[in-house]
Design a protein around this ligand. Structure first.
Ligand SMILES: NC(=O)c1ccc[n+]([C@@H]2O[C@H](COP(=O)([O-])OP(=O)(O)OC[C@H]3O[C@@H](n4cnc5c(N)ncnc54)[C@H](OP(=O)(O)O)[C@@H]3O)[C@@H](O)[C@H]2O)c1
Length: 260
């Protein structure tokens, strides 16, 4: 194993967008640590990467635990002695109108979607500072900039993640650490099971209606952008939030579709 081979941590790497990014980046020679709660999903990603000739490990952790970030960084640094890339992809989502919101739901969105990325970045800093090609990629959402009823908690957590991206891009630039975000629109992944319940077909239909390209994105399409931002070819890109959303957040995009 060449010492120069880069190391990436990808939270949420057991499924959806995180798993796709893990496989694409492993295919480009990056060693991957996938993080999540369900070990069987993480092991499945690790297995697919190994089968394709790549290197990966599974790190089981619950990111709502404030002690998890330190433990994750210790585990990965202990395995490979370096960390070059951090992808904050894991997220919690619950659709709740404000009259049904609770302090617990508020805290869970902040804990997983904002606090964990912040603490992971902080814990990874000593390693990222030593890397010659350090990159942090935060996975936001179009919900961070659209006004969607019932998504106040998820949306505000993603808006906070975008602010964190811009603020830390400026703060960490002197260390040559790039910090960027991707804001996906509707993507076909298991995440929709957690809020749409059994009416997945109906939820997909409603989401597709909001997308000028008139389809859901694929996890692989998002994974490609994550891999690109992690790549040294993106070396002059920092502090951006890139919408990969089929045009969902185009100003006036929805009304133009509605008039057809
Ligand atoms: N799919 C979309 O339409 C869409 C749109 C906009 C933004 N996004 C964003 O894209 C990212 C990836 O989502 P996805 O669509 O790929 O959905 P997904 O397949 O459900 O992935 C979410 C991942 O997060 C992990 N996770 C959730 N809570 C966790 C916790 N407390 N600790 C550790 N890991 C946790 C889950 O693994 P475990 O359950 O095993 O822990 C899962 O692998 C998220 O940030 C999401 O907000 C998705």
């Amino acid at each position: 194993m060449p010492e120069s081979q880069r190391v990436a941590i990808i939270t949420g790497g057991g499924s959806g967008i995180g798993a796709a990014a893990a496989e694409i980046m492993a295919g480009r020679g990056i060693r991957i640590a996938v993080v999540g709660r369900r070990l069987e999903l993480l092991n499945a990603t690790v297995g697919r990467i190994a089968k394709a000739g790549g290197t990966a490990i599974a790190v089981q952790a619950d990111l709502s635990d404030p002690a998890a970030p330190q433990a994750i960084i210790r585990r990965v640094a202990g395995e490979w002695g370096k960390i070059d890339i951090l992808v904050n992809d894991a997220a919690y989502i619950k659709h709740v109108p404000i009259h049904e919101g609770t302090r617990e739901l508020f805290d869970e969105h902040i804990a997983v979607n904002v606090r964990a990325p912040y603490l992971l970045i902080q814990a990874a800093l000593p390693y990222l500072k030593k890397s010659s090609a350090a990159a942090i990629i935060n996975i936001s959402s179009s919900s961070g900039s659209l006004a969607i009823p019932g998504q106040a908690l998820y949306g505000l957590s993603k808006a906070a993640l975008e602010y964190l991206t811009r603020s830390l891009a400026a703060e960490l630039a002197p260390f040559k650490i790039r910090v960027n975000a991707i804001a996906p629109g509707p993507v076909d992944t298991p995440i929709h099971l957690s809020w749409a319940g059994y009416d997945i077909a109906g939820a997909y239909e409603r989401m597709i209606r909001e997308v000028p390209l008139r389809r859901m994105g694929t996890a692989a399409e998002l994974g490609e952008w994550i891999a690109w931002l992690a790549d040294e070819k993106a070396s002059f890109v920092t502090g951006t939030v890139i919408p990969v959303d089929g045009g969902q957040t185009l100003p006036g995009g929805n009304s133009r579709i509605a008039q057809e």
